[in-house]
Structure formats: C-alpha cells, structure tokens
Design a binder for this molecule. Sequence first.
Ligand code: SAM
Length: 272
Amino acid sequence: MNVKNVLKQTGFTFKKAFGQNFLTDESLLAGVVERSGVNENTVVLEIGVGAGTLTREIAKRAKRVVGYEIDKSLQPVLNETLKDFSNVEIVYEDVMKSTMQEIENKLNENYILVANLPYYITTPIVMRFIEEAKNVLAIVITIQKEVALRLVAKPKTSDYGSITVSVDAESDGEIIEYIGREKFYPVPNVDSAVVKLTLNRNKYQNLNPEKFKKLVKCAFTMRRKTLVNNLIKGYGLTREQAENTILSLGYDAGVRGEELSTQDFIKISNAL
Ligand code: SAM
C-alpha cells in the first residue's frame, strides 16, 4: 500500500503541533513489531496511530490492537489504510485526557504498548505507564534518540537522571533499534531510537514508592550539588543530620545523585 498517495488523495495536511512525523518503511516497522515480542496472542495498545503504517504491521501479527489518535482528520486516511483489518479499533481521543482505568478497560487484558510517540508527550506517557498501569507487559516506543539514551543510561554518566532511575525501578530497558531522521515523513530534525521497557514490578524488594519518588526527585533537583546539599533543602535537614544519614549507610559525604544506583536510592530513601 502506498500510504503517501493515500495521504495526498485524502487531502491530509500534517500538523507539527501533534508531532506528526510518520514512518512508512514497512520492513523497518515489521522488524520493530517482531522485536517487540508481539504474537498472535498479544493485545497491543498503540498511541498515536498516524496514517496507520505501524498499526498495519501490528495488526498482521497481534490478536487485537486498540489505537489512540488525537487528530480526527486522519479518519479518512485510516479508513483506507486499515480497511483489511478486523482486529483494530481506533479511538479518536487525546490519550492524555483519558484515565489509565479508561485506557485499560478498553484493552481488558494484559497488553504491550507499542508507539512512535510525538516528542511532547514522551516523558508523561512513559512515566504514566511506569507508575500507574496495571496490565502493561512491555513498553516499546520510538522516541528521540537523546531521550532513549537517558532511559537506559548507567550511573556516573551524563545521561543518567531521575527518569532513568524511575524507569529502572519497575522495568528492564534496552534499545532495540536506531532510526535515522531520514526514515520519517516529513523529515524531523532529530534521530530516533526504539526502546523496549519490559515491566518487572518485583525487580527490587523493599521499595517504598512514596519515599523513593521523593528522594529521586530531590537528588536530581540540582545535579551538580552533593546529595547532602540536596537533602538539606529537600528534606529540611541540618547538615549534620544529612551527613550522618549518608555516612551511616556507608556512602561518602560528597556523593552525588548521579553516582547512585536504584538499589542505593531504595536504601537511602528507606532510612530517611
Ligand atoms: N504511528 C504513526 C507512525 O509511526 O507513522 C504516527 C506517529 S507520529 C510520530 C505521532 C502521532 O501521534 C500523530 O499521528 C499524532 O497526531 C498523534 N498524537 C499526538 N498527540 C496525541 C495524543 N495526545 N493522543 C493521541 N494521539 C496523539
């Protein structure tokens, strides 16, 4: 199917505000779906269906696809590109305005999230599904390469930050593919990567979500500052209290958030 022709014939105009850069290379999309772990028993949630190119490759392999698309003007395009698939349901809504329960009710069983996400909702989507989703098995997202590197970064690197730790606490992450900007239509000004986050809710024992979240946020508030300095501000501790806590747990008084592993954050947050 020539999707570019369908877009032209239906008079579709691209909307930059919705992050509309579509992927049209069928073999590239097929590879992404295959590496996502989608098979004939899988239910898939797709966010941002676009012209339905990724949706078609998912629908060929999955049991069922529920796709969200904010832009109703894509309906004539999708009526054409998805006409051969009876296992696809498109919801023309802003996914950010739906509650997690509404989304998961539509899926009605465990599912994999597969999406080529618009840049402006990447972080909120990742954090929502990591923190709130009950039935998601894996999150496979095509996103800006720099953000992808942050999601899978190791401690003591410049990409390592609060999102890395938050995501690592609940999942196992890997980059499964790099996609150059020239593969998108229209061509954006950034390269992309496909990240697979396999949910692993029991990865760490003793994780208290409230305490953990508070410490991770606090530790990276001012990256260049030591953890002690961030604790003084974030927790209202005296320098002595903050230093004693850190030293008693076996850390150097000058340790910074970016040097700590997820396990370290759990240990310190539970002691505070
Ligand atoms: N999946 C298609 C592909 O791979 O070619 C399209 C990807 S394009 C990067 C992102 C899509 O997400 C666009 O079609 C855009 O209209 C849609 N979108 C943007 N914000 C959205 C939102 N809040 N809810 C649902 N869809 C959204």
